[in-house]
Design a protein around this ligand. Structure first.
Ligand SMILES: [Mn+2]
Length: 321
């Protein structure tokens, strides 16, 4: 196959098989010879194939077929990472798991996956084995792809920790669950983004009414960054609660001098798909939420992103969030 036509970077699918098929069809892909493919383009998935949606097995099957046929690249999302941590016992507390198997984590995130795949089944183990092979980012000629956040120093750290494989190892999985370790910070950054604690005693109340002591940060936004101008929050009333003071030194975000654009998912964006800048775009538009959509950025080698290259199909509008 050839990929001379470019790459179609697809956002978080979260088990929405029908929505994914609609997007692939819209992009000109068709299933032939055992996998969805395009005559001269390749798909790239930003991760979070699983959790939440109704057809997670069908989604993983489709994406694995593309991966194995060479018609798609796949990066790891925090939900695939969490699926691995869910089944991995803590060395210091055998019988407990790296990701706490508590009711909240299960009910709110992972229960549907476990039910659909069959917890402990051969298929479950097969999926886990495949998730372990997914790169934690994609460093491509002309384009960068990561699930949540590209920070060169954190990427260099994980590259070194994995001997350049850029894939999870048992040691990295274990140590990334030791709070505030270097491995923890690196994996949190790449797969979940950057969160910064507000100076005490400041807090804010988010759109859902939860009082927050830390804010997620728009790492792609150029300096100067304050809590107010760079927090990822919904609604001007929420933003107004945040102090308009510079982020603390410890939270300084790396200056991005890489000329390549960066595409990522993870942030549950809503509304019409839009670029964040001419170098950054988030393609997660909440495919599993009412009024969400599944979005792709069609990249054909450009060094500056173009808004017209965003393609979207409606998400699961007839399903509950
Ligand atoms: Mn995510």
């Amino acid at each position: 196959m050839t990929t001379s036509g470019g790459l179609d970077v697809i956002g978080d699918v979260h088990g929405q098989y029908e929505v994914l098929v609609r997007l692939l069809t819209r992009l000109g892909y068709a299933r032939r010879d055992g996998a969805w493919r395009h005559p001269d383009r390749q798909a790239v998935f930003v991760g979070d194939l699983i959790d939440r949606g109704p057809e997670q097995v069908a989604v993983v099957t489709l994406v694995r077929e593309m991966h194995d046929a060479g018609t798609a690249l796949v990066a790891m999302g925090n939900h695939e990472w969490n699926a691995l941590a869910w089944v991995t016992q803590r060395p210091d507390h055998p019988g407990e798991f790296l990701r706490d198997n508590n009711d909240k984590n299960k009910r709110l995130q992972h229960a549907d996956f476990l039910a659909q795949v069959g917890e402990g089944s051969a298929l479950h183990h097969e999926y886990l084995a495949w998730f372990k092979t997914l790169p934690l980012w994609l460093d491509l000629p002309g384009l960068r792809v990561v699930h949540a956040c590209w920070q060169p120093a954190q990427i260099a750290h994980v590259a070194e920790r994995t001997n350049g494989s850029c894939r999870v190892t048992p040691d990295l999985l274990e140590r990334a669950h030791i709070k505030h370790s270097a491995d923890y910070r690196a994996i949190e950054t790449l797969l979940k983004g950057i969160e910064v604690a507000l100076p005490e005693p400041m807090t804010f109340v988010d759109k859902s009414g939860h009082r927050r002591h830390q804010a997620r940060i728009q790492w792609w936004r150029p300096a100067p960054r304050t809590f107010r101008n760079s927090a990822i929050v919904e609604g001007d009333d929420v933003r107004a609660q945040l102090p308009d003071i510079a982020l603390p030194d410890a939270a300084v975000i790396e200056v991005d001098t890489d000329p390549r654009p960066v595409v990522f998912g993870h942030y549950w964006a809503t509304g019409s798909p839009t670029l964040l800048s001419n170098k950054a775009v988030c393609v997660d538009y909440s495919a599993s939420m009412v009024n969400g959509s599944l979005v792709a950025y069609r990249w054909s080698g450009e060094t500056e992103l173009v808004e017209a290259n965003l393609v979207s199909v409606p998400g699961a509008t007839n399903k509950t969030a």
